[in-house]
Design a protein around this ligand. Structure first.
Ligand code: SF4
Length: 684
């Protein structure tokens, strides 16, 4: 039984689930992880952990772990040696490069893997394959955060720190449900409320924290910009804006003032469904506080206007001078454990590590010199573009590390078609996945418990991941696999350990120049950390000194979602995470988490359920223009009439067969939060 027995040793490490980045001790006995206990020296979480961190990592020893390379022969996977598998991949990659060009190959890196894996993957694609076609699942979640906050503030990351949350005075939570998705941050928010903080919640669902809010605005999905513009309208009309901060630290304020003029409370009520008096009260609480902090997650980013949503929140914070000080700022709670880090490491098609642009000649020259190759200055394909190119036949081969896009990306049938159409597919993972089933070669990676490295949490803190047990079977740490493949392809990589990889990355990336395993050993360091003497940065843009020089206001209008309900598909489906699961692959293999919540459930309002003759726990079918899925009904007033809500955690109810392929116009992040569906009681 997990979490029972006396350990031989305890190894402090960082949780592999969400972006909070809790530290705890892995309890090890006879080479096996037998449980998790709190480590009070953990600067992020102290003694706190959530159910996932405490019970979910029994997947490490799942009997379903891949333990040896597999090569598909005559439609069946056959066990192979590492040498045989890597030789085949090197040969096929080289053939495809010669025949179709470097850009006929692409890689998906992973926010589940350590920074060092991600750095090596992007280096492999750029230096060995010769393309910038590398991306990862930030594309499906917080890419609009990176783009939006970089455009407004100059840095695409959480401005403040988790440690500040418990002392917040005002929390404005919009499009996020930390109780389920970031439970330790939710616990700190509840601590703040006990100390007298005010809470404003805006969400289409009545989430747990909505019950504790001073103001709860249950807005229609996809109307965030109208709501935020409405708040700014009231703040300006009431004279609650911080003119001194605006004049000294920002540009283009007048453009925003012009745009929000028409967003009167009544106009906003028509778009959002939020009563005007609630909007006025929320504006008063947020703008008249000495300090107010905004928190959000994917309810903001996963829209066709995701980047605009993020920049709207940045507008609101700058309007009230709530940037560059404690207990304030704009705080995206990043989803996956290392989605911040995988972006930081350059697992993106347009930047090297440290957000140095691939089409900037100086950056290109620096990396060419360090890596000893000629590099492409062409921005690579984003993940949805890779799928489209695979469907069209221009992309011939892919290397997918630590992800299962067939289950996780929007419009899953289209994604499956793309992968099935490739000439050659390599999948590296802990488990056989839906994407893996389509692969030519499967490579077994090692879990976080079996390797050294670092994760970067959502507050920009780079923390140690420490090896507690030997890799299971013949699996290997991901960076070692890529290193060995690079050597097979004739490009020498000679790293002996993950620490050497971090040293190379730090030497090439000014914002991370002060990082080393030695310096982060105790409590990690929050970037920017530009020198070996720099103590790290608790919050960004101190005293209004933005990374970009001045904060930039962006004039943004409300925009409808990519797909709206109509007579044929009258419901709006929104998707999200639940407490007991974490995406699909790893948590889905946890026996304990699966026992907590074994199956998908569709939240539907009682009025709609009654009209359709649906009772609680009836099996229902949810169908869109792209596909359908069946799951049990959960009749609840937590959702609005006309709206339904599902998670995306269950392989036997793949929600993304239904979700839309519309995406954010800047970052191509799928619009998981709004799609038009029909709902009916399942036949039989
Ligand atoms: Fe892990 Fe997140 Fe839970 Fe902390 S809050 S234990 S990081 S899943």
């Amino acid at each position: 039984m997990f979490n029972e027995g006396v350990p031989d040793k305890k190894v402090k490490t960082t949780c592999p689930f969400c972006g909070v980045g809790c530290n705890y001790d892995l309890n090890v006995r006879e080479g096996k992880v037998i449980g998790v206990t709190s480590n009070l020296t953990s600067v992020v979480n102290g003694r706190l952990t959530c159910v996932k961190g405490r019970f979910g990592i029994d997947y490490i020893h799942s009997p379903e772990r891949l333990t040896t390379p597999l090569i598909k022969k005559n439609g069946e996977f056959v066990a192979a040696s590492w040498d045989e598998a890597l030789e085949l991949i090197a040969t096929r990659f080289n053939e495809i490069k010669s025949k179709h060009g470097n850009d006929a190959l692409a890689a998906i890196s992973s926010a589940r893997c350590v920074n060092e894996d991600n750095y090596i993957m992007q280096k492999f694609m750029r230096a060995v394959i010769g393309t910038n076609n590398v991306d990862h699942c930030a594309r499906t979640c917080h890419a609009p955060t990176v783009a939006g906050l970089a455009a407004s503030f100059g840095s695409g990351a959480m401005t403040n720190s988790i440690g500040e949350v418990a002392d917040s005075k005002v929390i404005f939570l919009i499009g996020g449900n930390p109780t389920e998705a970031h439970p330790v941050i939710a616990a700190k928010m509840r601590q703040a409320l006990r100390k007298g903080a005010k809470l404003i919640v805006a969400d289409p669902r009545k989430i747990e924290l909505a019950g504790k809010a001073d103001v709860f605005m249950q807005l229609r999905p996809g109307t965030d910009i109208a709501l935020i513009n409405g708040l700014m309208h009231i703040i300006l009309k009431s004279g609650w804006h911080d003119l001194e901060f605006i004049k000294a630290c920002t540009v283009d304020f007048d453009l925003v003032a012009d745009v929000v003029e028409k967003y009167t409370p009544e106009y906003v009520q028509n778009i959002t469904g939020v009563p005007a008096h609630l909007l006025r009260e929320a504006a008063r609480i947020y703008a008249t506080a000495e300090r107010a902090a905004i928190f959000y997650t994917l309810g903001i980013t996963e829209h066709t206007c995701g980047t605009d949503n993020v920049m709207s929140l940045a507008n609101l914070a700058m309007l009230t001078g709530n940037v560059g000080k404690l207990n304030a700022g704009v705080n995206p709670m990043r989803g996956q454990n290392n989605v911040q880090g995988s972006c930081d490491m350059g697992a993106l098609p347009n930047v090297y590590s440290g957000y140095q642009k691939v089409n900037d000649p100086q950056s290109q020259e620096k990396f060419e010199k360090a890596w000893g190759v000629t590099l492409s200055d062409q921005i690579g394909l984003m993940l949805p573009d890779m799928i489209d190119a695979a469907v069209e036949g221009t992309l011939k081969a892919m290397y997918v590390m630590g992800e299962d896009p067939v289950l996780t990306d929007g419009d899953a049938n289209h994604v499956r078609k793309g992968f099935a159409n490739l000439e050659f597919l390599v999948v590296q993972n802990l488990f056989m996945t839906e994407t893996g089933k389509l692969a030519d070669v499967i490579l077994p990676g090692a879990s976080f418990a079996e390797k050294d490295g670092t994760f970067t949490n959502c507050e920009r803190r780079v923390q140690r991941v420490r090896k507690a047990i030997e890799p299971i079977g013949n699996s290997l740490p991901d960076w070692q696999i890529i290193r060995d493949l690079a050597n097979k392809m004739g490009y020498p990589m000679a790293y002996n350990n993950a620490s050497e990889i971090m040293d190379e990355m730090a030497a090439l990336s000014p914002m991370f120049a002060g990082l080393s395993f030695e310096r982060i050993d105790e409590n990690g360091l929050q970037w920017p950390v530009p020198s070996k003497e720099h103590p790290g940065s608790q919050y960004l843009h101190k005293d209004g000194k933005f990374t970009s020089g001045a904060g930039v206001f962006k004039a943004i209008e409300h925009q409808p979602p990519g797909e709206e309900p109509d007579a044929e598909y009258p419901f709006v489906l929104t998707t999200g995470r639940i407490l007991y699961h974490y995406n699909i692959t790893t948590a889905g293999k946890s026996k304990q988490l699966t026992e907590f919540r074994p199956e998908e459930q569709v939240m539907i309002h009682p009025d709609d359920a009654k009209r359709l003759g649906i009772n609680n726990q009836d099996m229902i079918e949810v169908a869109s223009r792209r596909g359908s899925v069946q799951a049990k009904a959960w009749v609840t007033t937590d959702v609005l009439p006309g709206g339904i809500w599902m998670s995306f955690h269950f392989v036997n109810a793949p929600t993304n067969q239904v979700t839309s392929g519309f995406y954010d116009k800047v970052t191509k992040t799928y619009e998981y939060k709004v799609c038009a569906v029909q709902v009916a009681k399942a036949a039989g």
